[in-house]
Design a protein around this ligand. Structure first.
Ligand SMILES: [Zn+2]
Length: 297
């Protein structure tokens, strides 16, 4: 329901934008209500457009990241978190089921429309936002470490941040051409340093086809996702692709997309790498209280 409500709220805002009227959401909803009965045809048009947009948005949300299911973000997160363990004082420590669930939920909410997170490209490594995305990971890592090593540690805060960070890491492999560049191991820069945003003038696609990469491309890029219906990209750049509208693009979000198995596999390893970075940080490594705080035990 949360998702349906979020879609509706966003939809109303979008309809307002399409009508080129910057009216408040409440005003627009009132107008839609008043139109009902008084202007049937106009109302019918609005309803039809609304239904089409709902369809578009539901489609859009579901294809712009690894899906929030076991094949996508949720399963990747579980696959990454479950095997991680640390032995402290002869005791084997692992993430509790409750902690894993919190991390999965926080990961999923990064694709939430109502908070606007869904359209913040640095959280999904869209639009070549490599600098902003990698800066976000550094900041979240620092925050997580501070939350578990503080005098009053807060594991829930740490896990919420961890879920968001893992989402961004996982999207790196789904939304960039890391796989197409031929890499078979993860990019160890994530969580450790920043990656610059490439110049907007550097082409990554043929001028007449933004759904494919330039043959022989050797630079890192990611798919663009701009302006409804999200099928276009800046000149020379590559689009993300939207299932059913402009399916072909760079994304490897779901089974059937070229490169999906490789992207999913790397996303699991990269998620584990990020968690290991935290657990191996001096001050956390061997720190029973900090590790138990993060793992929810
Ligand atoms: Zn995403």
């Amino acid at each position: 329901m949360k998702r349906i409500r979020a879609v509706f709220v966003f939809l109303v805002v979008l309809v307002a934008g399409l009508r080129r009227k910057r009216v408040a959401v409440q005003k627009l909803m009132l107008r839609l209500k008043l139109n009902k009965g008084r202007h049937f045809i106009r109302g019918f048009t609005v309803i039809t457009a609304t239904l089409l947009l709902i369809g578009l948005l539901l489609t859009t949300e579901s294809v712009l990241a690894f899906k929030p299911n076991e094949k996508g973000h949720l399963g990747i997160t579980s696959d990454a978190v479950r095997p991680i363990e640390r032995v402290v004082g002869g005791v084997r420590l692992r993430f509790s089921p409750q902690a894993l669930e919190e991390i999965r939920k926080a990961n999923e909410s990064t694709d939430d429309l109502s908070s606007g997170d869904f359209f913040r490209s640095e959280k999904h490594f869209d639009n070549e936002e490599f600098f902003a995305g990698t800066t976000r990971l550094l900041e979240l890592k620092g925050y997580i470490i501070s939350q578990i090593t503080s005098f009053s540690p807060n594991g829930k805060n740490a896990r919420t941040a961890l879920g968001g960070a893992l989402h961004t890491i996982q999207d790196f492999y789904a939304h960039t051409n890391w796989v197409e560049l031929g890499h078979t191991s993860i990019d160890t820069q994530l969580g450790r340093t920043t990656i610059p945003k490439p110049p907007i003038t550097t082409p990554t696609s043929p001028a007449n086809d933004q759904s494919t990469l330039l043959p022989g491309l050797t630079v890192l890029t990611s798919g663009y996702f701009v302006t409804p219906p999200y099928c276009s990209a800046p000149p020379g750049k590559t689009r993300h692709g939207v299932s059913g509208l402009c399916t072909n693009g760079l994304n490897k979000d779901e089974p059937g997309r070229p490169g999906y198995p490789q992207a999913r596999g790397l996303a699991v390893i990269a998620s584990q790498d990020f968690i290991n970075q935290i657990l191996d940080t001096p001050g956390v490594a061997g720190n029973d209280r900090a590790i138990r705080t993060l793992m929810g035990i």
